[in-house]
Design a protein around this ligand. Structure first.
Ligand code: GDP
Length: 315
């Protein structure tokens, strides 16, 4: 994903090698080039400005230490600042003191929520948890059955209304591996019942998949907020497609306001788009990036480590 950014930065920093001492002009030139590389990768201007200002200040004020030559010192500063904009520490899921822990997923349609639900469930299961998935995306045709397929793959039960159930339907249960939500037609009701189901069947984590849309709209946000208020999740994860470019920032801001999410999941980091906008999301929203998704398979998923991501970008 960050190959071209990585290549550019490596080039800039390599140019410094071999210099015994860095003049202020050297630092200014290096910062200008780093700035350009970040902007070309779609990192937001506000984030780039602060980042470059901090690097410049630190690099100019840096004491020449015995252990590092000037170029290594600049690399060290760039690395530390990059880890900083990516959030510093790795942020883990905060489990509820009294189970079940409720994790709600929100984001635009196509961001990768449903895929993520399966990945997260499989990952939690591997750690000894007993998750259940709850299908609250009743908008997109096929979303419920997609979640059921994902659940089956992950070996995790899915709480869902029967596909095609209409208002006043029979409420029959038809979901393998768990009780279904029968005739429920309201996402908020499904969410509430899913959490009740988890409690009664002693699942310690509930993952609530919600509907997305192609763009942000009030109805989408109101529904997500309604689900949030109904089930009071311990974590609300905003799922963000890293390939959507500059729109990522505005989308993240809208969801931060709308559902007040607690963490971000970056998806499609395996793509070849510029992706830098996703690197701005922590700084812009103040919410940590918690997980990264790097493919369509269940195992293409990991906890997000700011320091590892920074090392990868800096090569
Ligand atoms: P939702 O509408 O937010 O639930 O999105 P989906 O989970 O249905 O994902 C939309 C599309 O993106 C599907 O074709 C997924 O297979 C694909 N997808 C999801 N996550 C990733 C990822 O990390 N990398 C890639 N390459 N594709 C992904």
């Amino acid at each position: 994903m960050f190959d071209s950014l990585s290549g550019r930065l490596a080039g800039v920093l390599t140019d410094l090698r071999g210099k015994g001492k860095l003049s202020d002009a050297d630092i200014d030139r290096t910062c200008r080039e780093i700035r350009l590389a970040l902007l070309e990768a779609d990192v937001s201007l506000t984030v780039v400005r602060g980042f470059i200002a901090r690097i410049k200040e630190r690099a100019k004020g840096a004491e020449v230490s015995g252990a590092l030559n000037p170029a290594q010192q600049v690399v060290k500063i760039v690395n530390e600042e990059l880890v900083g904009i990516l959030g510093g520490e790795t942020r883990r899921i905060q489990f509820a003191k009294t189970p079940p822990t409720v994790i709600m997923l929100a984001g635009l349609q196509g961001a990768g929520k449903t895929t993520l639900a399966g990945k997260l469930a499989a990952w939690l299961k591997k750690q000894g948890h007993t998750p259940i998935l709850v299908a609250c995306d009743l908008q997109r045709p096929g979303a419920v059955s997609q979640l059921q397929i994902v659940g089956e793959r992950a070996g995790v039960p899915v709480f869902a209304p029967n596909p095609g159930t209409s208002i006043g339907g029979t409420g029959e249960l038809g979901v393998s591996g768990s009780a279904g939500a029968g005739s429920l037609t309201e996402p908020i009701e499904v969410a509430r019942s899913g959490v009740a189901e988890a409690r009664s069947k002693q699942h310690d984590v509930v993952i609530v998949d919600t509907a997305g849309r192609l763009g942000i709209d009030e109805e989408l946000m109101a529904q997500a907020k309604g689900i949030r208020d109904a089930v009071e999740p311990d974590e609300v994860l905003f799922v963000l497609d890293a390939m959507i470019g500059q729109d990522a920032v505005a989308t993240a801001e809208a969801f931060a306001q709308g559902v007040d999410f607690t963490g971000v999941v970056l998806t499609k980091l395996d793509g070849d788009a510029r992706g830098g906008a996703a690197l701005s999301v922590r700084e812009i929203t103040g919410r940590p990036i918690m997980f990264a998704s790097t493919g369509e398979k269940l195992e293409d998923f990991d906890v997000f480590h700011p320091d590892r991501m920074s090392s990868r970008i800096l090569g």
